[in-house]
Design a protein around this ligand. Structure first.
Ligand code: SF4
Ligand code: MG
Length: 327
């Protein structure tokens, strides 16, 4: 069984303007590799500007990588956007701007089917009714327009539209951060439920760690365009191996207080991330790392295995001692 999604060494740089005679560039994503099985969910976390959204846009074909490649179910996608859209769909952050206000719900949800010439008009209408029920909305709502719905309902419409083609992979970029807190959990639970029932590979991008802990089987932590740590969500959240993950979790209330004792001290993440047009040499985290050594400023750390399917890009990352892995 091939990986549902396999992204290898993706890189993306944007030109941002000029500083005197020099063109300035941002290395938004710098060598990120990810693999995901059908029915598995991967959370991607990191501060804003870490490259999460650029990564998401490459995975769904809205940006093409400068280098690296993406395979869906073992097949390279290359530049075939149409083929990619058949298998990889996206749920966007803002349900207020991502749905065309001039289209009815029926038109919005059936558009991907129309574009791919799937079914007759009557069959598409039936499919829209089925999709509306799937996301917890009434099929009677299909003649209405987006402005007649709440934010949570609009995001359900966005999810129905993204599922219309039965994609293998669903990319969700901060899908609940624009919603009222009171409806966030409902939408997250809906996504998790649909993902499991339909066997979709889900990539869930969020800055809210508690949401990722809830929905993701595995978690990837990004810092300034690179992966800091990847592993099973329970491992990453309960005993983070990378100092940046430790700092992120230490700053957030999601860690179980009995586990938090395992961190030597409460780690304060000082300041904002450095300017991505001029990222630090060596380990990009070294300017904020509380345990940096001289090597960190000169040598980029590679991903080191710290356990089964668990890795961290840190010169000082160590395999978990055998005695604590059983506790
Ligand atoms: Fe900190 Fe060095 Fe590890 Fe980077 S490589 S996280 S600077 S200890
Ligand atoms: Mg973003």
């Amino acid at each position: 069984e091939p990986w549902a999604l396999e992204a290898t060494d993706l890189r993306k740089t944007f030109a941002t303007g000029r500083a005197g005679l020099r063109r300035t560039k941002v290395s938004a994503v710098d060598g990120v590799s990810l693999r995901l099985r059908a029915g598995e969910s991967l959370g991607i976390v990191g501060e804003s500007g870490c490259g999460k959204s650029t990564l998401a846009r490459m995975l769904v074909g809205l940006e093409s990588p400068d280098s690296g490649n993406i395979q869906i179910a073992g097949r390279p996608i290359g530049d075939n956007r149409r083929e990619l859209s058949r298998h990889v769909q996206m749920v966007f952050q803002d349900p207020y701007t991502s749905l065309d206000p001039r289209m009815t719900v029926q038109e919005l949800i059936s558009e991907p089917l129309t574009v791919h010439r799937i079914g007759t008009a009557a069959e598409r209408r039936d499919r829209v009714a089925e999709l509306l029920r799937l996301v917890g909305l009434s099929p009677e709502m299909m003649a209405r327009y987006p402005h007649q719905f709440s934010g949570g309902q609009r995001q359900r419409i966005g999810i129905a539209r993204a599922l219309a083609l039965e994609p293998r992979v669903l990319i969700c970029d901060e899908p609940v951060s624009a919603l009222d807190v009171s409806v966030q959990a409902q939408v997250v639970n809906l996504l998790r439920d649909l993902q499991r029932r339909m066997g979709i590979a889900l990539v869930f991008i969020a800055h809210d760690l508690s949401v990722v802990r809830h929905i993701a089987d595995r978690t990837a932590v990004m810092y300034l365009g690179r992966l800091a740590e990847t592993g099973d969500t329970a491992d990453v959240f309960d005993s983070p191996a990378h100092p940046y993950t430790q700092a992120l979790l230490s700053a957030s209330p999601v860690v179980d207080p009995t586990r938090r004792r395992r961190l030597a001290d409460r780690i304060v993440l000082a300041g904002d991330p450095p300017n991505p047009t001029n990222p630090p040499s060596g380990c990009r985290f070294h300017t904020r790392c509380h345990i940096a050594v001289a090597e960190c400023a000169t040598t980029q750390p590679q991903m080191l295995s710290v356990g089964g399917g668990w890795a961290a890009a840190c010169h000082l990352a160590q395999r978990e001692p055998a005695d604590s892995s059983t506790s």
